[in-house]
Write a protein that binds this ligand. Structure first.
Ligand code: WT7
Length: 635
């Protein structure tokens, strides 16, 4: 019997129980049956939660790119590995076969070696969503260099911080990037960043926009001529299971960004396994994840997970609103996408637009639709389910984190019944627990608490680059012996999990614990409201009171504000209770959001408190200009 694919609910429980009772046997069977190893491991897993030391498949020898590419060539050489859908739909899409991708990666890997990059060296990749991004990542992994992809929307200072934190020897960028109507000057940003990055000796520059740029003598090289001259035969580096594969930065609630380190074999096994099951992947499917490869979602579910399964995966260069709001739906139709994976923030933005944009397209190729990144509120869930999934595609709400490497809690399509706003059940190997303030595990169902994971899984990040102590403090000290996620969750009467938001977003009002996410859900259900964010602020009598920042839909803009405030509070009162009513409601035109679509509540909390002294690091904000508007309108 194989554990790689879950076929029905009974099997899910069977696999799940096995993964808890005999985790080593469970994962070792998956690892040895579904991947190519130079040498298999002696010990499947060793861990010490107190020291935050976790090792999977130690001493096994493997190369992840051989598993992504080489082993598929015999059977799938002429199959499309990557569909590149350019920003401008009039530019022809590219279909890159497994054979082509193998050749391009081998050549690029040889270029890296010729430029002095060796196993263990760090390479910063700052590229737009073009095939070279995938090729560069895989080329690093082929020779054992550690890739550190920085999302090509970060500013020069944010790039510099990330390059310096892990002393990258090389940067790979392009002359520019297309994004909707805009062209982004990536090379200019890298030039600015590198003024303070002494470790970078070489910059490889891919051509995309033909923007005139300055090439620095002795440092910058055009990529294409080097690739053209390189041999297409590249012997892969033999990696230990626990050798670092990549670093990916994620923002902490305080301090500088954390360079999460993912290692080779555990990440490989976990992303492949979760991709296969959460998306019900079958051989001829065409998978599209709309994230940027600069985030973990793109690493795990645009590149590694799909390629490890020999799938066809889409790299989309553009944005959902260009040339118009039907771009996603048009692209699904064009490439006959079978699985579509996106973020609630995109769904909410598109749901605000005319329904015709989506209704024009039958979307019959779709089989599974997915959501990731933040809680998906009831309204967005139904819109996505009804208008995109046609009420016939299971909607998987996938909860996970940069730190977890892959999806942790999610329905399995055609296996687990879905429930709106619930991520549902843990995947095999994942043991979630809810903890109370006294650090005790909360047993039973219909309870809420801080979400922890009490046993290691293969995909967990092993450390923070250069700062293991911070890794220990952040994830393993709040609840000793357990991995603390920073999220709160509710477990319903049948054991389904609903992620209620970051635990630090909980506000205690008159001694009542109030999660801001459900209040926002209630507010968002008001027909005039597009989006909202709630924070707490100090209150003489209640301890804390609630402050709401509300964006109105166009249809709501002419409404009387006093009446709206009353109606919104009535909604809150109806959905949660009078205790959750807001003391202040400010109408705003936007909310401060990170590039991954998360509201930066820390800033809203400061504004609500009237403390403008220190907003902390705002380098990840997409729209920093909104801060002044919100400050000026403060109640
Ligand atoms: C945080 C992790 C993992 C991919 C992208 C985000 C929130 C993520 C969900 C979901 C509710 C979610 C959590 C988590 N989150 N997915 N399905 N439902 N919340 O990665 O930037 O590391 O953020 O995103 O709060 O802790 P990330």
């Amino acid at each position: 019997m194989s554990y790689y694919k879950i076929e029905n609910l009974e099997q899910y429980f069977k696999h799940y129980n096995k993964s808890v009772r005999e985790p080593r046997k469970f994962w070792n069977k998956i690892a040895s049956e579904n991947f190519t190893w130079y040498q298999e491991c002696e010990k499947v897993m060793e861990f010490d939660m107190a020291e935050a030391k976790i090792e999977w498949f130690k001493d096994a020898k493997v190369n992840i790119v051989k598993n992504c590419l080489d082993r598929h060539l015999a059977k799938r050489g002429e199959k499309t590995a990557i569909i590149f859908e350019p920003n401008n739909p009039n530019e022809e899409a590219q279909h890159i076969t497994y054979n082509d991708l193998y050749t391009r990666v081998s050549k690029m890997a040889n270029v890296l070696r010729e430029q002095g990059i060796n196993k263990g060296d760090r390479v910063c990749i700052y590229l737009p969503m073009i095939p070279e991004l995938a090729v560069s990542i895989l080329a690093c992994a082929r020779i054992g260099a550690i890739h550190s992809v920085v999302f090509a929307g970060f500013s020069a200072s944010a790039v510099a911080t990330r390059i310096n934190d892990c002393d990258c020897k090389m940067a790979i960028t392009s002359d520019g990037g297309f994004r909707g109507e805009k062209t982004i000057d990536l090379k200019g940003i890298i030039d600015e960043a590198l003024k303070s990055c002494p470790s970078v000796k070489t910059v490889l520059v891919a051509k995309r926009t033909n923007t005139p740029i300055v090439m620095k003598e002795g440092r910058d090289l055009w990529l294409q001529p080097l690739v053209d001259d390189a041999s297409d035969n590249c012997v892969a580096e033999i990696m230990d299971a626990e050798d670092p594969l990549f670093i990916l930065y994620t923002s902490g609630s305080t301090g500088k960004p954390k360079g999460m380190v993912h290692t080779t074999a555990g990440y490989m096994v976990y992303t492949a396994y979760t991709f296969k099951n959460v998306f019900n992947y079958e051989e001829n499917d065409i998978f599209w994840c709309t994230a940027d490869i600069g985030w973990i979602t793109g690493h795990s579910y645009i590149l590694y997970g799909p390629l490890l399964n020999g799938a066809t995966t889409v790299i989309f260069e553009g944005v959902p609103s260009y040339p118009d709001f039907s771009r996603f739906w048009e692209t699904i139709e064009k490439h006959k996408i079978t699985q579509f994976y996106t973020a609630p923030t995109a769904i909410r933005a598109l749901a605000k637009e005319n329904l015709e944009y989506v209704q024009k397209y039958p979307l019959k190729s779709l089989k599974v639709i997915g959501s990731v990144g933040e809680p998906i509120n009831e309204e967005a869930w139904h819109w996505y389910n009804d208008h995109v999934g046609g009420k016939r595609c299971p909607l998987v709400d996938t909860w996970w984190q940069t730190e977890t490497g892959g999806i942790m809690i999610s329905a399995i399509p055609f296996v687990t019944p879905t429930k709106p706003t619930y991520a549902s059940l843990p995947l095999p190997g994942i043991q979630p627990v809810l903890m109370d303030e006294k650090r005790n595990e909360i047993e039973g169902n219909q309870v809420t608490g801080s979400l922890c994971i009490k046993f290691p899984w293969p995909g967990i990040a092993r450390t923070i680059w250069g700062d293991h102590q911070r890794y220990k403090d952040t994830y393993f000290s709040a609840f000793p012996g357990k991995y603390f996620t920073g999220d709160g969750a509710l477990r319903d009467e049948v054991g389904y999990y609903r992620i209620t938001g970051r635990v630090d977003d909980v506000v205690i009002v008159s001694g009542h614990n109030l999660g801001t996410a459900p209040i926002e859900d209630a507010i968002n259900e008001h027909p005039a409201v597009a989006e909202s964010a709630i924070v707490g602020f100090p209150h003489d009598v209640k301890g804390n009171a609630l402050y709401g920042f509300v964006i109105l839909k166009e249809s709501g803009e002419n409404r009387d504000r006093e009446n709206l405030i009353k109606e919104i509070n009535q909604h809150v009162s109806d959905h949660i209770g009078p205790i959750a009513k807001l003391d202040k409601i400010q109408f705003v035109s936007g909310l401060p959001k990170t590039r991954s679509g998360k509201i930066m509540r820390r800033i809203l909390r400061k504004i609500a408190e009237g403390d403008y002294s220190n907003f902390g690091d705002t380098s990840t904000l997409l729209n920093p200009e909104i801060i002044d508007e919100i400050k000026n309108g403060r109640l």
